[in-house]
Design a protein around this ligand. Structure first.
Ligand SMILES: Cc1ncc(COP(=O)(O)O)c(C=O)c1O
Length: 419
């Protein structure tokens, strides 16, 4: 039996939903017993002549002085030598500990998060393993536009949408209808709360309904919680944690695979880091099997994560002042949020703000006769105001994360000119 067939047999036994959801690529994937595998085995050998990296006689790095001088505060070996393919174990453990603490889920059963090159890569690895032309990828409209590329470019999956809002809250009925319409085909549901471009986090009393719909679905499904903007919420009464944990508690391993994609990008305000994590619910033999497949995809595409960025993230996770420093920055954003929220109430009635309460964004609906792209260009050229046109939603997206609070009244004044 091939290595991949053995992994598939283990998954059929231990986590049937994973086995049912695998794409043809996912079925073939198995981390090869190649250089990283053999080098990891030889790590403690007296003479380790396995890996292609320049080290001294004690296995220590030999960086160029100009580079070594740039990172005196970082761990030199981690920064200059290769990371393991799934990321350094202590970094993965520290990330999981943080996620459990934030979610108040100390005993939740999950595998060790696998480190990936940004959330984009976490979603791309998910698409590689689970999406194919027989898969419906269910996303709300609007959604982060990159989901289209991530699920169609290589995997050729079918992206299907439902309106994000219904009566100014998340359209759980639309999600349920879309799931029902799969008729038992494989489904991948992407949830992105707080969301881009909506800036919306469901209220706490919306959570049970969403989890019910996902957990009652009988066809096999993967639910990807894209938690890029975790922690950025500005109103009382909102869902206090990622829906991943609520879905995990109720999911049936015969039918549903919840996945959590999160990372340093927004959550640690380290946008250039390309450090993120893919967390799955498989433990024991199923974890080893699924992790082998994820590592195969990492090895077969971009390789292990960047050492300096990984070192910075680990040291930051160990900083006792992290939560306080983050809270200060979130408060700055909350100030911009409140000022924008108040400002948008002064817009002409033809410009209709969508509900928003979290993340970095607000959406404003345009009058029916105003083309979003034309409005965007007009604002750029005549008002020197840059915003994003959302053609499908007939709206504009304002990223208030990237402007100062004092600029917001002027932004609103200029925006009003397209009303
Ligand atoms: C919803 C959402 N997911 C993922 C990403 C990408 O994250 P990363 O830069 O870590 O790939 C973004 C970036 O804007 C995003 O808005």
């Amino acid at each position: 039996m091939s290595a991949a067939s053995q992994l598939n047999a283990t998954l059929r036994q231990e986590y049937p939903a994973v086995a049912r959801m695998l794409s043809p690529l996912g079925q073939r994937a198995a981390f090869p017993r190649g250089i990283p595998f053999q080098a990891a085995q030889a790590k403690k050998a007296q003479i380790n002549a396995t890996i292609g990296q320049l080290t001294d006689a004690r296995g220590q790095s030999m960086p160029l002085p100009s580079m070594a001088g740039l990172i005196p505060g970082l761990d030199r070996e981690r920064s200059f030598l290769y990371s393991p393919v799934a990321g350094p174990t202590d970094l993965r453990q520290a990330w999981l500990a943080r996620q459990r603490r934030i979610a108040e889920a100390p005993d939740a059963r999950v595998g060790l998060p696998v480190a990936v090159h940004g959330l984009t890569h976490g979603i791309s690895a998910t698409a590689a393993l689970f999406a194919d032309p027989e898969t419906d990828v269910i996303v709300p409209a609007p959604h982060w536009g990159n989901y289209d590329l991530l699920f169609t470019m290589h995997a050729g999956a079918r992206v299907v949408t439902y309106p994000f809002f219904r009566e100014r809250r998340f359209n759980v009925e639309g999600l349920a209808d879309r799931l029902a319409a799969t008729g038992g085909r494989k489904a991948i549901v992407v949830l992105n709360f707080p969301g881009n471009p909506t800036g919306y986090q469901p209220r706490a009393d919306e959570v049970a309904g969403i989890v019910d719909v996902l957990c009652q679905h009988t066809g096999p499904s993967v639910v990807v919680c894209d938690d890029a903007y975790q922690g950025f919420a500005y109103e009382p009464g909102l869902a206090p944690r990622s829906l991943f944990w609520d879905i995990l508690e109720r999911s049936d391993p015969e039918r549903l695979v919840p996945l959590k994609v999160d990372g340093a990008t927004k959550e640690l305000l380290f946008f250039g880091s390309r450090i993120a994590f893919l967390t799955h619910p498989a433990t024991g033999a199923a974890e080893a099997a699924l992790e082998s497949k994820i590592k195969c995809v990492i090895r077969g595409t971009v390789g292990a994560i960047s050492g300096p960025a990984a070192s910075m993230v680990l040291q930051t996770l160990q900083d006792p002042g992290l939560d306080e420093a983050f809270a200060k920055r979130r408060e700055i954003l909350a100030g911009r949020y409140r000022t924008l929220k108040a400002g948008l109430t002064t817009l002409p009635s033809s410009l209709v703000p969508y509900p928003f309460n979290a993340a970095f964004f607000a959406m404003v609906g345009l009058p029916p006769d105003v083309d979003p792209e034309a409005a965007r260009l007009l604002l750029l050229e005549e008002q020197s105001l840059g915003v994003i046109a959302l053609a499908g939603s007939h709206a504009l997206r304002i990223a208030y994360c990237s402007i100062g609070e004092s600029q917001i009244p002027e932004l609103v004044r200029r925006l009003a000119t397209v009303g």
